[in-house]
Design a protein. Sequence first.
Length: 143
Amino acid sequence: MPVRTFRYAVCGGSNMLLDIFIYYISYNFILHKQIFALGFIAFKPHIAALWMAFFISFPVGFLLSKYIVFNTSQLRGRIQLFRYLLIVAVNLILNYAFLKVMVEYMNFYPTIARIFTACIIVTFSFLSQKHFTFRERKESHEI
């Protein structure tokens, strides 16, 4: 197994476990499985918990990816952060859609649905981070 893949598996897996743990705590103990109303908008508890977990796992995931997994990337930090945000936004949309379908239409328990969703998205995330967010410049070879 390549070192980068191993590092991604450890860092990404740890961040995914952190995300799922925060999701579980948020859904069951902070939100108490109740609708989260802000006055002008209300979120179902499984969607509100997704956002709560996102606000913690996003910066942790970026820092782990930047400094441990893809530490040889020559792209500027702000470019990496912007690209990471784009990929995470796509992941968040996919998470939202999968959770909505699994919880509201297929009657999955929310934490189980979140675990399935994370497993589906992990491959897309790795490939997009490797080839887009933290891409390395190819050295020009003289012949």
